[in-house]
Ligand binder design. Structure first.
Ligand code: GLC
Length: 740
């Protein structure tokens, strides 16, 4: 059997190599036929936003003309079989009949909307995350889309930055694992399948480190920080086969990412050997002029193509300037040819030259967009993404036998808001709101009523009376508060992260009448809600949970699903703590006890500890960690240590626990954080069931970048920790890496 598998693998590799050679030859043949203008055309991407909605405007007519004359290589924001077929037909009228690539932001679903990516990350369920991307790809690919501008793999440690919603949170290791899962989900085993789309690792690089959490702001960091924190998820996406990268709006250490040769040529295409292509972010080539890095658009085009930015999204810099720049000797034709080869190679790999319409298939679109399994998956994954932050006195799940439930708050009957930002098309009309879902769950004989109290902005209290009156008559009150769909995402930085407007006062007013509610918070990022955190009995963080979010929240509230989510980002107590993460350093004056902070690395007006730590998340059951065993406490450089322990479901109901492995290197050539996530496993157990959990520790686990940016492990002792959260370590063990 083994031999047969090896033989099949060898044959597959040989076939892959043969196909690659064949494509390379076809690319060269085509390249030799192309004029300079046609080459520039392949590097030109335009938006077709108006094509499916607007009238036959001058803009549409001009773009159609350019497509017919081979001046456009890709269109974004055109979707659906009808429109993609129509526009592709225009491209096939060009002299060389080179098909277009259709790209779209399929960030967390095409038609079926999954939780926002930060919410999905809270599931820590890599299989579920991959499944979600696979479903999104199947729906998008069936509708003529070749390429999604996802996953966004920017590490985000500043909740003021609205785009933390699109990523996987603050941790490099978790972000890397999720980046790879999302790429696998979007692309499938091999590019070219008509249920897969090209993925895009974005935004390369350092975008999440925007100063002051203000979107599009400069990012400035040490090379050590860049390599240790921000680059690994991109490398993980590349290793998973990401077909494309997208660069970023920000400058990194003074150089715009779009014109940054260190990032795109030295690291991405050089050290990492990336063979795909890089697309600029919307207008970022042009923005190099605004940054003050380029004199004018032609200068920006010259700097961007030289730095390795292959395709120009929406600046029309390449299309307008590259031919003249090459003729004037300001741009090396080799750089243009390299970029064109990369783009054409992907078009061949997708099979578009063999059949330019293969992704635009009515029957497949109908089947994919009407598959009930997609909504089922969205509901399951949304429930898994939710984080039970607090549950005093087992206030949740809602007990049976209730006679009346009041669902209060601006998000109680919301639908569009549950989908979050960055969706392709809303399903709001077909969605269940939270109150719809509570009604469905509560069953006959239970009165379920709702009152908003205020809108999401909640600037006025005029709805409070009605809400309080209703609450006063109910056995149980569920308060649904948080952000509207457009309070997180791109260009949504917030300087205040409290519950919007006067939502917090609605909670206080309910408490004042003796109706402390169960609180459900929906948002695209961590928020700050100190009073609620202190005084509520139970808090469920639902993120923006997608098309099935209302049903999923009710599944958790009624205990049909036992919550297992864990925070992928730290929740601060106040704005002053930001940026805050679990990857803290000891400093020379660490706080030992909150009562003694004099001349310590501390605030005089706030604890250092967050409101909720990275990795935090409760369950309706409990889990016991016991019997930590190490196969050895010392390890040679080429050795391994098997760390194992017993996890027991010590509570009353089935549940899943995300066990987390952290490491500390207490003495090293550069100081290391007090803990770093190095592994995790999501384990489902029945009540009373015990399971041995094992982690393998090897040199890679212990490695880090030293001052010379060399990746490696240094001898000495290490502390390995296993826990339920970064601030809930249950077992620990010291091990030693020896010289030999
Ligand atoms: C946006 C975003 C990027 C997106 C692109 C196309 O500005 O920064 O993530 O993929 O433009 O919509």
């Amino acid at each position: 059997m083994k031999l047969k598998m090896i033989a099949m693998a060898v044959l597959a590799a040989a076939a892959g190599a043969a196909q690659a050679d064949d494509i390379a030859q076809r690319v060269e043949t085509l390249l030799r036929q192309m004029t300079l203008e046609e080459k520039a055309g392949q590097l030109n991407q335009l938006s077709g936003k108006e094509f499916s909605t607007g009238p036959n405007s001058d803009n549409v007519r001009n773009i159609e003309r350019d497509i017919r004359s081979g001046k456009v290589g890709s269109m974004l924001n055109i979707k659906g079989v009808r429109d993609t077929r129509r526009v592709q037909a225009l491209a096939l009228q060009s002299r060389l009949h080179i098909p277009l690539l259709f790209g779209l932001d399929v960030i967390h679903g095409y038609q079926t909307v999954f939780p926002v990516p930060l919410g999905e990350a809270a599931s820590w369920d890599l299989e579920a995350i991959e499944e979600s991307a696979r479903i999104a790809a199947r729906e998008a690919a069936s509708a003529g889309i070749h390429w999604t501008f996802a996953p966004m793999v920017d590490v985000g440690r500043d909740p003021r930055w609205g785009r933390v919603m699109e990523g996987a949170g603050e941790d490099t290791y978790l972000g890397s694992r999720i980046a790879a899962a999302r790429v696998r989900g979007f692309q499938g085993a091999k590019l070219g399948g008509t249920a897969s789309v090209m993925a895009t690792a974005k935004h390369f690089a350092g975008y999440g480190a925007a100063i002051a959490g203000r979107d599009y702001n400069a990012a400035d960091m040490s090379e050590h920080q860049l390599h240790e924190t921000y680059l690994p998820p991109f490398k993980a996406a590349l290793d998973a086969g990401a077909a494309t990268f997208m660069n970023a709006f920000n400058t990194l250490n003074g150089v715009p990412a779009t014109g940054n040769a260190m990032l795109q040529r030295e690291i991405l295409k050089g050290q990492w050997g990336f063979k795909g292509f890089v697309v600029s972010d919307w207008g970022s080539v042009r923005e190099m002029v605004v940054h003050g890095y380029a004199q004018d658009l032609p200068d920006a085009a010259a700097k961007a193509i030289a730095a390795g930015s292959d395709m120009d999204m929406e600046s029309n810099a390449y299309g307008a300037s590259l031919p003249a720049l090459v003729k004037a000797g300001k741009v090396d034709i080799a750089a243009v040819d390299d970029a064109v080869r990369r783009v054409l190679t992907k078009k061949f790999e997708l099979g578009l030259f063999d059949d330019p319409y293969r992704f635009s298939d009515e029957a497949r679109e109908k089947a994919a967009l009407n598959d009930p399994r997609h909504r089922e998956a969205a509901r399951r994954i949304a429930a898994e993404s939710m984080v039970l932050l607090k549950n005093e006195g087992n206030a949740l799940p809602l007990r049976r036998g209730l006679r009346s439930i009041a669902v209060i708050g601006p998000l109680a009957d919301a639908r569009r808001d549950l989908e979050g930002g960055w969706i392709v098309q809303s399903n709001a009309a077909k969605m269940a709101s939270l109150v719809d879902a509570v009604r469905a769950h509560a069953g006959q004989g239970v009165r379920v009523d709702t009152a908003a109290g205020c809108d999401v902005a909640c600037r006025g209290l005029d709805g409070f009376d009605a809400a309080l009156k209703l609450a006063a008559t109910a056995d149980t009150v569920v308060l649904a508060v948080g952000e509207s769909w457009d309070m997180s995402g791109e260009a949504k930085s917030r300087a205040h992260l409290g519950l919007p407007g006067r939502q917090g006062e609605l909670f206080e007013a309910l408490r004042a009448i003796g109706k402390t509610p169960v609180v459900v918070i929906m948002a695209g990022r961590p928020l700050i809600f100190e009073n609620v955190a202190e005084q509520a009995k139970a808090i469920l963080y639902a993120w923006h949970p997608g098309s099935e979010g209302g049903n999923a929240i009710a599944d958790v509230l009624f205990g049909d699903v036992n919550p297992s989510g864990k925070l992928p980002m730290t929740f601060p107590r106040n704005m002053g703590q930001i940026p805050i993460g679990y990857q803290q350093y000891n400093t020379g004056r660490p706080v030992q006890t909150e009562s003694n902070v004099v001349y310590k690395s501390a605030y005089i007006d706030s604890p250092n500890t967050p409101r909720y730590a990275f990795g935090h998340g409760l369950s309706y059951t409990s889990f016991a960690y016991s019997g930590l065993r190490a196969s050895s406490t010392t390890m040679r450089p080429d050795g391994k240590i098997l760390l194992s322990f017993t996890l027991t479901n010590s509570g009353p109901v089935a549940g899943a626990e995300v066990v987390q492995l952290y490491l500390r290197d207490p003495v090293a050539s550069v100081v290391r954080p007090l803990k770093e996530l190095k592994g995790f496993q999501r384990v489902a157990l029945q009540p009373g069931q015990a399971q041995t959990i094992a982690f393998t520790i090897d040199r890679e686990t212990l490695a880090f970048y030293n001052r010379k940016l060399e990746w490696g492990a240094e001898t000495g002792t290490f502390e390995v920790m296993v826990g339920s959260a970064s601030d809930d370590i249950r077992l620990k063990q010291t091990i030693e890496l020896t010289e030999r």
